[in-house]
Design a protein around this ligand. Structure first.
Ligand code: BG6
Length: 491
């Protein structure tokens, strides 16, 4: 990672919350450990609660014990990190409270400031207007907006308009943590750092693309939030669609924020709308029932705390997307994601076409498998290419068998710790590089497409299909590619 050694104040609204403790502060700790924070960079927690800086530091120490166990005993890094940490009590809805940020010298000495809004999006507008009222929206100050940015196009626009009253598009960093994952960035390196794949990256050579983000967790005590969102808004509208854009976009002229985002928006605009009857043939929704995951019995969606038995919120979605342009005409992009599935993994599979004519004997012919490029994001980060090989041995004749050429990132770079997505993204905000963040036109285009599908779903009395926890989702989702004569890639 490139260094961000310009001094900066990072102010985290929702500084005592779950996201801050689990992800943001561990990421900042790692950046400090790797020498990527300037000596005078400060981290300031802000939330309504009255907490002393000492108590805040102690809370963070406890969080690091849990989420960065390797930090235990590293007193040198901790002492340095601790000196950066302070706390200011600010009620996000009380404009007068924001004077405490001025009292705390936020942005003093011309330092850059990152305001990370790890709060409910309903508060984004009022936080931004209170910041501006206290002179905290200068050009060198940026806001990071966590998802969900609304629950549809209309609400998303309302939130965005509020933010834009006081900050410019260049100051707004809309985060999608999937874009900070190492293998996702590696997808760009694979596509645009090699001559090998790009000539084959089109409908003449690729049969279909599959993007799977499979989780074993359920709603994890967030029934209220989750039931208002569902898998489509929580995962597809952002993470899966962003992955699709990176696979499908044209090569940008440069690796900078607007060049990359200009190409992604073209893909989003070329997504064929799914509406009306198409929503039944091209999408499948599911809701998890109880079942077994890794030998443990787990609850169904309706047995979770706070649940409502009438809910129609989907915890699983599979769909077929089509991109109406020259490069991708006729190539289906199958997307699926769900909670409480059999295995936690995320991958992108590029399934190439069959050879046009096989010269091999009948027996080998039957075994001829098509090339596949698999980009695995988790649990392990790896890229593999399946190619056909001759089985060794004179007696084998010309028997062929698929073999994986594997690039394991952990093995190839064995002295390197693979950073968490938030490390890279926080560093980029500090460096003022928005390449891996979403511009508002992308968010808007993604909502338009998703709203069309959700509106078709809302017009039916059909409920999401039940699936047993620990399975691969409803049977209908298996049938989705089968209808087109294809199959999901097995994990
Ligand atoms: C979040 C969703 O954006 O991504 C969660 O709100 C989901 O519901 C999470 O569990 C998955 O992220 P990751 O990095 O664990 O795959």
């Amino acid at each position: 990672m490139k260094a961000s050694l310009k001094a900066c104040d990072v102010v985290i609204f929702g500084g005592g919350g779950d996201l801050a403790m689990r992800k943001l502060l561990p990421a900042l700790y790692h950046l400090d450990m790797d020498g990527l924070l300037a000596p005078t960079t400060r981290i300031i927690g802000a939330s309504r609660r009255e907490v002393t800086t000492e108590d805040y530091q102690a809370k963070i120490r406890t969080a690091l014990d849990e989420f960065v166990p390797s930090s235990i005993g590293d007193s040198k890094t901790w002492e340095r990190f601790k000196k950066r940490l302070s706390y200011v009590s600010v009620d996000a809805q009380q404009e007068s409270d924001f004077v405490r940020l001025n009292d705390h010298q936020v942005g003093g000495d011309d330092r850059d400031v990152v305001f990370y809004l790890a709060t409910s999006p309903d508060l984004f507008g009022s936080i931004c207007s209170s910041l501006a009222a206290h002179g905290l929206n200068a050009e060198r100050m940026r806001v990071v907006l966590e998802k969900p940015l609304g629950r549809d196009l209309v609400s998303s626009r309302a939130i965005n308009d509020e933010v834009m009253k006081n900050f410019t598009e260049q100051q707004a960093f809309r985060i999608d943590h999937y874009l900070g994952k190492e293998t996702v960035q590696n997808l760009l390196a694979i596509r645009f750092g090699n001559t090998l794949f790009e000539p084959l990256w089109d409908s003449a050579h690729i049969d279909n693309v599959q993007i799977t983000v499979s989780e074993t967790v359920g709603v994890e005590g967030r029934w209220g939030y989750y039931d208002n969102a569902g898998a489509m808004r929580d995962m597809v509208q952002n993470h899966l669609i962003q992955l699709l854009c990176l696979v499908a976009m044209e090569p940008p002229g440069r690796m900078d924020a607007d060049s990359v985002r200009d190409e992604k928006i073209k893909v989003l605009k070329a997504l064929r709308p799914i509406a009306g009857a198409n929503a039944y043939t091209k999408t499948v929704r599911g809701q998890y029932a109880k079942g077994m995951i890794k030998g443990k019995e787990v609850k169904g969606y309706f047995d979770e705390e706070g649940s409502n038995p009438n809910s129609r919120t989907e915890t699983f979605v599979a769909l077929r997307a089509d991109i109406d342009n020259w490069r991708w005409a006729g190539v289906p992009f199958y997307l699926r994601t769900g909670k409480r599935l059999g295995q936690r993994y995320s991958e992108i599979v590029i399934q190439f076409k069959a050879v046009p004519h096989s010269i091999f004997s009948d027996e080998s012919n039957r075994q001829l498998q098509r090339n596949q490029l698999i980009i695995r994001l988790q649990p392990e980060e790896k890229i593999s290419l399946t190619v056909m090989n001759k089985v060794p041995g004179a007696s084998e004749g010309m028997n062929l068998q698929p073999v994986d050429l594997n690039l394991s990132l952990t093995e190839a770079f064995n002295d390197k710790r693979s950073p968490e997505a938030y490390e890279r993204l926080l560093l980029d905000v500090m460096r003022n590089d928005a390449t891996l963040f979403m511009r508002y036109d992308e968010v808007e285009a993604a909502w338009k497409w998703v709203d069309g599908i959700m509106s078709a779903w809302s017009q039916t009395s059909e409920r999401p299909k039940e699936y047993a926890s620990g399975s691969w989702g409803p049977a209908a989702s298996m049938a989705l590619p089968i209808k087109d004569g294809r199959n999901w890639h097995d994990y």
